[in-house]
Structures are given as structure tokens and as C-alpha cells.
Design a protein around this ligand. Structure first.
Ligand code: GCO
Ligand code: MN
Ligand code: MN
Length: 389
């Protein structure tokens, strides 16, 4: 049966955050429409729909004001629920955005006491994640930004962020947690402007850290799309740099509020090229869905949402294989990469190579006349996506 081909399996590494399937459907204009479910129940849902992993912010599991003994009991029960459901916890993160104390940011806040509290809260979230077996720690600086740049020099924000990251890397080393940190960019929401607006911003910051090898990125489909950018290009640059440590999959229409739609529900073509890239590039990390069900859904609808994310991924994966096996497409792909005329290769610089290159005469009209049948190529690709090829 066709549906079996799209059945999620552990080897697909599909994960969801507790905050995704647990999202009660609150928005800036409306109250929650779904009851808040306890984490053990959400673990049950994820297991039922066939997910492999569950991720969490510290406070998705342990309330911010829980006592140590309450914390221990909650963690114990959650571990048992994960074990019963066959779920792993591949990634943990920290909530540095909900509590009013973070209204001016966390690592970049003007108040040094708030900055210290943010680092302390992150260390405790790292302890929690390590206890649950997580090896990836995501940091999303949702509040690290401004509404008015009168409040601080943005250069200071960068320095404060670096100081916090260097500290947390050392803590991970000290505790032997073995974490890889995955930095998640977003252009805006909840702040008017967020400092690390795109994945590219983080790829620029990381080499300036004390332990750059421990830090990579967690690009999100919706976030680069909100910025009007091509998500695949951000993912590819991160991957090429060896920095694609995690990924947040969802969907988003350019120019709208932060929609967090079901994966591949708004931009099938973008989803196709992304899945094709992830499957062909050797990315072996989690396929994490950071999305939530429409506000119109009930709990059963949340399951439809979660199943839909995974199913669409696997449908796109099958289409990518179809693209790779399509003789007409592959003939075009091969032809467009062949040289139109004999020419010296560029490659690595050498004095003799440079002389040969300088001495060569290129026939511009011949080069400009090479056939590039991208209309045909794109139509064939679209026919695969549409399901008629
Ligand atoms: C958002 C973000 C968050 C983060 C999460 C993990 O737009 O709200 O995508 O969902 O991914 O906080 O740190
Ligand atoms: Mn997001
Ligand atoms: Mn995210």
C-alpha cells in the first residue's frame, strides 16, 4: 500500500518539541483554545503518531518555580513516559523569553544581574537536558533584540552574547556533557528586531568564539522565510561549513506573522528542495518539527498535524529519489555542468596556473550561447512535485 511508504520510522529521526504538540493555540489576540496537557501525555501522543524524539525547554517540563523535589519527581515521571513510548530526547533548550525578567533580553540585557540569571538558568537547563540524554543544546535568542536602539549599543549586545556562549561552552566541557550548541536565528518576533537575524549572522559570530567547534546553527524554515530569504541556501551554507547541528522544520508565507505551519503545507517547492538537500548531503541529525497545529484544531487535530509533518517529509523524500532516478532530468543536470569550450581549470592557485589562465582567450559568444534549459528542468521538477511524473 502506498501509505506504508510514508510511515515514520526511528531511522528517520523525526522529533517534536513539547511546546509544539503542546501548543494550546494562544495568539496575540486570543486565549488558548486547547487545554494544556502534561508532558507525559504529550510524550504519549508523540509515541502514538510514530515520532522518534521529543525535545523540550526547561520550563516545558519543570515549572519555573518548582522546588528541587518537585523537579526530580517530574523528571522521573517524564523519563518513564519516554521509555514507555520508545522516545529519545535528542535536544534540549532553555526558555529565556517567557518570564517578565527577560523583557529586555537575557544574555544581552542591560542589567548585569539579568544576564547572570540567564546564564544560570541555561546551566540548569543544560543539567536537565544532560540528565535526559540530550547531546544538542539549542539557543534561540528571541528576546535578544530591541524596539528602540536608544537602549544599548548593538556592538555591546554582540560582546555580551559572546561572553555568555563562551561561558556555557566551558560549563559543558567542565561537566563533560558533550553538548553541541545549535544557535537559532530569527529576524523579529517577539522583539521588534532581533540581533542575530539570520543563520548567516551566527555563521559570522561562531568563528569569533573561544570554542567554535562546539557551536553550530539550528536554522528554521519559517525564520529565514520571514526575512524573505531562501531557506535552502542558508541550510546549505551551514552544512558546507560543518555547522548544521540541528534544523527546525515548519512552513511560513513571506511577509506574514510567525505562522509555524505544518511542514510543507505552504511552500511545497521549497520543502522539496530542502528535503532533497538534507537527504543527499549526508545530514544525519534530527528532523525536528518546530510548528504547531492550526488554532482551529482539537487534540485529535494536533495528531493530524504531527502526522502530516512527517508524512509530507517522507513524500518529499520519495520525490527527491524520483528526481535522482529520472533519466531526462539527470541528462539535463549533467549537460548544464559541462564546459561549453575548452578552458584552463581554476582550482588551487599556482603561479604557472595563473599564467595559463591569464594567457587564455575565452570566446564570450560561444560561452554565452550554451543551452541552459532551466524552463524544461523546472517544469519536469514541478511535475514530480505535482505527482504526475
Ligand atoms: C520561535 C522559535 C522557538 C525556538 C525554541 C527552541 O519562533 O518561537 O522557533 O520555537 O525554536 O524556543 O529554542
Ligand atoms: Mn520559530
Ligand atoms: Mn524554532
Amino acid at each position: 500500500m502506498a501509505s506504508d511508504a510514508y510511515q515514520p520510522k526511528p531511522e528517520h529521526k523525526f522529533s517534536f518539541g513539547l511546546w509544539t504538540v503542546g501548543n494550546p493555540g494562544r495568539d496575540p489576540f486570543g486565549e488558548p483554545v486547547r487545554p494544556v496537557r502534561p508532558p507525559v501525555e504529550l510524550a504519549g501522543l508523540l509515541s502514538e503518531v510514530g515520532a522518534w524524539g521529543v525535545n523540550l525547554h526547561d520550563n516545558d517540563l519543570v515549572p519555573i518555580d518548582a522546588t528541587p523535589s518537585e523537579r526530580d519527581k517530574i523528571v522521573k515521571d517524564f523519563k518513564a513516559a519516554c521509555a514507555a513510548g520508545g522516545l529519545v530526547v535528542p535536544m534540549a533548550t532553555v526558555n529565556l523569553f517567557t518570564a517578565p525578567v527577560f523583557r529586555d533580553g537575557a544574555f544581552t540585557a542591560n542589567d548585569p544581574a539579568v544576564r547572570a540569571y540567564a546564564v544560570q538558568k541555561t546551566m540548569r537547563a543544560m543539567d536537565l537536558g544532560a540528565e535526559l540524554g540530550a547531546k544538542i543544546f539549542v539557543l534561540w535568542g528571541g528576546r535578544e533584540g530591541t524596539e528602540t536602539d536608544a537602549c544599548r549599543n548593538p556592538e555591546d549586545a554582540v560582546k555580551r552574547l559572546r561572553e555568555a556562549l563562551d561561558y556555557l561552552c566551558e560549563y559543558s566541557i567542565d561537566q563533560k556533557y558533550g553538548y553541541k550548541f545549535a544557535m537559532e536565528a530569527k529576524p523579529n518576533e517577539p522583539r521588534g528586531d532581533i540581533y542575530m537575524a539570520t543563520t548567516g549572522n551566527y555563521l559570522g559570530l561562531i568563528p569569533t568564539l573561544a570554542n567554535p567547534e562546539l557551536v553550530g546553527v539550528n536554522p528554521e524554515f519559517a525564520h529565514e522565510t520571514m526575512a524573505g530569504l531562501n531557506f535552502l541556501h542558508a541550510v546549505a551554507q551551514a552544512s558546507e561549513a560543518g555547522k548544521l547541528f540541528h534544523i527546525d522544520l515548519n512552513d511560513q508565507v513571506i511577509g506574514r506573522y510567525d505562522q509555524d505551519f505544518r511542514f510543507a503545507s505552504a511552500n511545497a517547492k521549497g520543502a522539496f528542495f530542502l528535503v532533497k538537500f538534507l537527504e543527499e548531503s549526508g545530514y544525519d541529525g534530527p528532523r525536528h518539527f518546530d510548528a504547531h497545529a492550526y488554532r482551529t484544531e482539537n487534540f485529535e487535530g494536533v495528531k493530524d498535524f504531527a502526522r502530516g509533518c512527517m508524512r509530507s517529509y517522507l513524500i518529499m523524500k520519495e520525490k527527491a529519489a524520483r528526481f535522482a532516478a529520472d533519466k531526462e532530468i539527470q541528462a539535463i543536470v549533467k549537460d548544464i555542468a559541462t564546459a561549453s569550450a575548452a578552458a584552463p581549470t581554476v582550482g588551487k592557485y599556482s603561479k604557472s596556473g595563473a599564467q595559463a589562465l591569464l594567457a587564455h582567450t575565452f570566446d564570450r559568444p560561444v560561452l554565452a550561447a550554451k543551452n541552459l534549459p532551466y524552463e524544461r528542468l523546472d517544469q519536469l521538477t514541478m511535475e514530480i512535485i505535482y505527482g504526475v511524473r
